[in-house]
Design a protein. Structure first.
Lengths: 154, 154
């Protein structure tokens, strides 16, 4: 397995759990937030999906511009949005070469550092796990008690 | 930097954030849980601290026995508990050799697979990020709005 395939495999052990959780969020709960200052469920899910996509696009482009580009999406169904962004993220990841993983990208404007592509992808990966950890609490607060494990290996 | 030092460095980028969050939990909120079926704050924090320690102990021992051993701890202050377990976890990690990282451990009883030490440590790492993601929602629900970033690189 090359680095891209290995990374996609690891990504999906978490993204598939994210999708399981999204499938439990009814449209009536899109505006739910567990505390007054939290993101809504819809904002959190959209943030997760678009962030991973943008991080992958940064690694592909070799510069920070995709992170700055506004996301304009008219899809209002979170299950469909997850499906779309997961497919597009996988396509981007599949296109990554060894050179893309090793290339150092100037991210001083956003993270104050120059980072290799592999490091940016690792940040995206941990960002997904972190916010999925948030999302578990949201979905439990919506009344769901049959929840998946936090990672789905297989 | 050898593998143990590199892993300890990465571990602390998250554990130090966990500790920041623990410092925000007042004793009066130890029993707080965001939903009826959630762990309490105390249970969640204790689970995080003891799990990482046990995973590290499994890698050091080369077998599953530390995961089965009951944790008996009389420390009721979560800040002190975090301090104690973080120190002990670092000591264990510092003692790991290259062979410990590569040794395959029989974990069929708990995870249905034989896994190399490095893989077990990666699980511990992701487990910490996941539950820290839970803990962020808890601490926000306790009224804290000045929260750290999910990872503290430095």
């Amino acid at each position: 397995m090359n680095r891209a395939s290995q990374f996609i495999h690891n990504f999906l052990t978490h993204r598939n759990v994210t999708i399981d959780l999204i499938n439990k969020i009814e449209q009536g709960n899109y505006d739910f937030k567990p505390t007054e200052t939290s993101m809504t469920a819809e904002q959190l899910v959209t943030h997760m999906l678009t962030s991973f996509y943008k991080f992958a696009a940064v690694v592909k482009a070799g510069d920070v511009s995709p992170l700055m580009a506004p996301i304009e999406d008219t899809e209002t169904n979170l299950v469909k949005l997850a499906d779309k962004y997961t497919s597009e993220t996988i396509s981007l990841l599949e296109s990554l070469t060894e050179e893309d993983f090793d290339r150092v990208i100037d991210l001083t404007r956003v993270f104050g550092a120059n980072l290799p592509g592999a490091h940016v992808l690792q940040m995206a990966y941990e960002h997904e796990i972190h916010h999925k950890g948030n999302l578990f609490v949201y979905v439990r607060a919506m009344g769901h008690t049959e929840l998946p494990l936090f990672v789905k290996r297989g």
